[in-house]
Design a protein around this ligand. Structure first.
Ligand code: 7MF
Ligand code: ZN
Length: 879
């Protein structure tokens, strides 16, 4: 039986508290790869004893039931009801001890949820509802209890036996077996349970908390990866220190364990004191991991660590509240990265990610509020909306209340709710009460889906020196939500003279002008702001630092954008102005091309990019961000009907044009940055590599790049430079690419994470032939359809990051992908559902492609035995 029975929808409004407290849970595992025996002892106590006796309802999935005892009486099949994935024990007394024994089968668990095998070790993944695949239990986050876990296994195969909390006992057993006991003093929901059993090696460090607790930090990996843990450990120490410094939050146990696995459905998991990570977010060495990987590791290590307070100490009442812990924890990891690296660069990357991933989701068939009202399969709601948009809503509290107001709110939130399972409303109330403000209207952000569009118009009256900005907000209808209300939008604003000087701002009615960014609040459908004593028609710098997650419409003149790019004090606005200018140019040439006209290069764009390239003062990483043209999918989203080839050709034309016009600047800067100095991990070294490699990518559009890339590849001492050079050669179809790929493969064939990069480089290559390459690569010995990282690298990248490949006009990309979704669904429904979402935007394409995609969606929908995961995605897409 597959999880998530198709067609069953769960509604937030139907929430009912669980009638029982579980006072304690004792778990005993007899570990085996083929079969593991799980014995559980649960102490139930009816919350409102007057109503006793009552039914005990438990969740279970794929469990082979051996026995049940209630208060030491063996129950027969007449004493309980086992229906699908629920077990009901009728009429249990107020205090009931329930003992169960089940058998589970880790080696044949390909869904990677519950207890499963990775290489030669066993591990668990329980969020959101994986604990029910381990034992019968009320598998819901509002049932919190203390766990005592006993693990018994063969000592030679499983020398390391880990679970949550403190190790309380170890014992040698007959016939080469051993036992380890763990006790977690903090009550927790079942989704935070974890166990790991196997032959793992460890790297150890320690951290002394502010109050003097000496915490042992251990990272467990397979032996061959011991030399790739330094960066993760450093990131963990930095996370612990940062949470004390910035949030006044300390770690609460003597042990913090991290285990890395190659087989993981997601990025990582915050299990109490036993985090489990996708090895991609742990393992790094300069020659195996890129700068982006290093930054990813820092961010994810931080994220999981920060969950200890935002998620574990205070958890979610039900899964509709997921953003309570995820939006907040993403906000915290963003701030951590901003404090550790460059705040401006981090902000730009976050905004780029939100626009390219969350905006399309919010405009498509799966659009949902950050706190959804219903779902069929909760795993489908671990989305960019819940996480990234959720984090922008937390950021708006921060913007509205300021750092100290926000921290006051956090403090009250923990004072009130430590040890509880709560709701998004509880968080909002803590923020409001701590600051004595009313946030009721702000609360609409939790219930309304869709990206608000803000239309800005301005008027300057030279005779009265008044400047008026009028803002209109409209949120388009989304599936199931026709009518939208106005939202509270923090509106951070600056005004510049055409020469780029910042004007002091005085709103009508105010007594003095104040210089610098002004924070205004928009909360009506339409609002006007009038400024007085404005000497000339200004250039508005709108939504500085991207103060609200909206689509901003303002008809900037090219020279206004140029002013912002050159002079604005806000890095996000400068970057956004450059993106707008590039976007306008590309979309205009795309239209010309569609009309059969010759494409031409916009001179104001060349001038602006020349300005960017001539800036020798700015952070090189910021320049690199500004030089990176909007990606093809983002551009496609800006069109009424996506023109796949047109966008690809127009973007390439503009990039090549800029490369030719500014070749001297690109090659000069490349030469300066490519100074032969050995690899360093510092932020400035990373920033220099990012600018160097974007210069190289432009030079690869002209004749000069190929030999530079060849030389860079030959002399590189780090994966960032290696990959940039190789990817460039592969994209331009250089004769050097073939040997480069071959040498790379020979060198790294046994290295799973590095081979992911090898697959990505080939899957991302534009053009309708790539589907053939991808199909052939599925037979490569390093590929496995059972491994989520491999699936993401080859199949996911092809479908989601290669528009001209996936959207090949003959439908070959679609047919290939639909076959993969069906194939994957039988193995791993969660991954299959993620892959299926590549079809979500099918209605935005031309008639031919629309019909082809619809056919594939229908083919998936009618495949036999489809999981609830995939059927929810596909049926929403077809609706
Ligand atoms: C940073 O949220 C940001 C998001 C659930 C699994 C990790 O800690 C998590 C887990 C999914 C999608 C994204 C992330 C995670 C999950 C994630 C990781 C790092 N509670 Br699904
Ligand atoms: Zn998380």
């Amino acid at each position: 039986m597959k999880e998530g029975i198709a067609g069953k929808t769960i509604y937030r409004k139907d929430y009912l508290a669980y009638p029982w407290d579980v006072n304690h849970l004792d778990l005993h595992f007899d570990i085996g790869i083929e079969t593991t025996i799980v014995r559980a002892e649960m102490a139930f106590e009816l919350k409102d004893g007057a109503g006793a006796p009552q039914d005990i309802v438990l969740n279970g999935s794929d469990l082979q039931l051996v026995s049940i005892r209630l208060n030491d009486r063996i129950l027969t099949t007449d004493d309980y009801v086992l229906e699908g994935e629920t077990l009901t024990i009728p009429g249990a007394p107020q205090n009931s001890i329930l003992k169960t024994e089940v058998r589970i089968h880790p080696a044949s668990n390909s869904a990677l949820e519950g207890l499963y095998l990775s290489g030669k070790f066993l591990l668990t993944q329980c969020e959101a509802q994986g604990f029910r695949k381990i034992t019968w239990f009320p598998d819901r986050p509002d049932v919190m209890t203390t766990y005592r876990v006993t693990l018994e296994a063969d000592k030679s195969n499983f020398p390391v036996l880990l679970s949550n909390g403190n190790k309380t006992e170890t014992a040698e057993l007959p016939s080469g077996r051993h036992r380890v006991c763990w006790q977690d003093p903090f009550p927790k929901p079942s989704y935070l349970f974890a166990l790991v059993a196997g032959d793992l090696s460890l790297v150890e460090d320690h951290f002394i908390t502010r109050s003097g607790r000496d915490v042992s930090l251990r990272i467990y990996v397979e032996k061959e990866n011991l030399d790739r843990c330094d960066h993760a450990m450093e990131s963990l120490v930095n996370s612990m220190r940062w949470d004390e410094d910035r949030f006044d939050l300390e770690y609460d146990l003597d042990i913090y364990h991290i285990v890395a696995t190659n087989d993981f459905n997601m990025g990582a998991m915050e299990n109490k004191s036993l985090n489990i990570f996708n090895s991609k977010y742990v393992l790094a060495r300069p020659d195996t991991a890129t700068d982006a990987d290093y930054q990813g590791i820092e961010g994810v290590i931080g994220h999981e660590y920060f969950h200890n307070w935002t998620g574990n100490r205070v958890t979610c009442q039900d899964w509709f509240q997921l953003t309570l812990k995820e939006g907040l924890t993403v906000f915290r990891d963003e701030e951590f990265s901003a404090d550790m690296q460059s705040r401006a660069v981090k902000r730009i990357r976050v905004v780029r990610d939100l626009r390219s991933r969350q905006f399309p989701e919010d405009d498509g068939p799966m659009a949902h509020p950050i706190r959804p009202d219903h779902y069929a399969e909760i795993n489908n709601f671990y989305t960019a909306t819940v996480y990234q948009k959720g984090a922008t809503i937390i950021r708006m509290y921060h913007t509205l209340l300021g750092e100290s107001g926000f921290q006051k709110g956090m403090k009250l939130y923990f004072e009130r709710h430590d040890g509880q399972a709560v709701t998004c409303d509880d968080f909002l109330s803590a923020m409001a009460d701590a600051n004595d403000v009313n946030l009721d209207r702000f609360g609409r952000w939790y219930s309304q889906s869709g990206t608000p569009q803000v239309f800005v118009s301005d008027h300057y009256d030279a005779s009265t020196k008044r400047y008026t900005l009028t803002l209109k907000q409209i949120t388009p209808a989304t599936p199931g939500q026709q009518d939208k209300l106005p939202l509270v939008l923090p509106f951070a604003l600056g005004l510049l003279t055409s020469q780029g000087e910042e004007l002091a701002l005085q709103l009508e009615g105010e007594t003095e002008a104040v210089s610098g960014t002004r924070l205004l609040i928009m909360e009506e459908a339409q609002q006007a702001f009038s400024f007085i004593n404005i000497p000339q028609a200004p250039v508005p710098s709108l939504f500085r630092d991207y103060s609200a997650p909206v689509k901003i419409f303002f008809d900037y003149l090219p020279e206004q954008l140029a002013t912002l790019i050159a002079y604005d004090s806000d890095a996000y606005v400068r970057w956004d102005a450059a993106q707008r200018m590039a976007q306008n140019a590309i979309l205009e040439q795309c239209r010309q091309r569609a009309k059969g006209n010759e494409m031409v290069l916009d001179t104001s764009l060349v001038r602006a990019f020349r300005g960017i390239m001539s800036d020798n003062q700015a952070d090189p990483a910021l320049l690199a961000e500004a030089l990176q043209l909007p990606d093809e999918d983002y551009l496609a989203e800006q069109m009424e009907v996506a023109d796949v080839e047109g966008i690809h050709e127009a973007r390439k034309f503009i990039k090549k044009g800029l490369a030719i016009e500014l070749e001297a600047l690109f090659s000069g800067r490349y030469a300066t940055l490519n100074d032969g100095s050995p690899y360093q991990k510092t932020a400035i070294a990373m920033a220099r590599r990012s600018l160097k490699n974007i210069c190289l990518s432009y030079l690869l559009e002209t004749g000069t790049g190929e030999s530079l890339a060849g030389a860079q590849l030959a002399s590189s001492d780090n994966m960032t430079d290696t990959l940039a050079a190789m990817q460039g050669l592969v994209l331009m179809d250089s004769p050097l690419a073939k040997t480069a790929l071959l040498e790379f493969e020979t060198k790294w064939q046994a290295d799973a994470l590095v081979m992911d990069k090898w697959f990505i480089m080939q899957a991302i290559k534009p053009g309708s032939n790539t589907v053939t390459t991808v199909r052939a690569l599925m037979d490569h010995p390093a590929f496995s359809i059972q491994n989520p990282n491999k699936v993401r690298a080859l199949i996911g990248v092809f479908a989601m990051l290669n528009p001209t490949g996936f959207h090949a006009a003959d439908g070959s990309g679609y047919a290939f992908h639909a076959d993969r979704v069906i194939e994957l669904d039988a193995l791993n429904p969660q991954i299959a559902a993620r892959m299926a979402s590549a079809f979500n935007r099918w209605k935005r394409y031309d008639e031919g492609r629309k019909a082809l995609m619809k056919t594939e969606l229908e083919r998936i929908a009618s495949a036999g035995g489809l999981s609830g995961d995939v059927s929810e995605i596909v049926s929403n897409a077809l609706r």
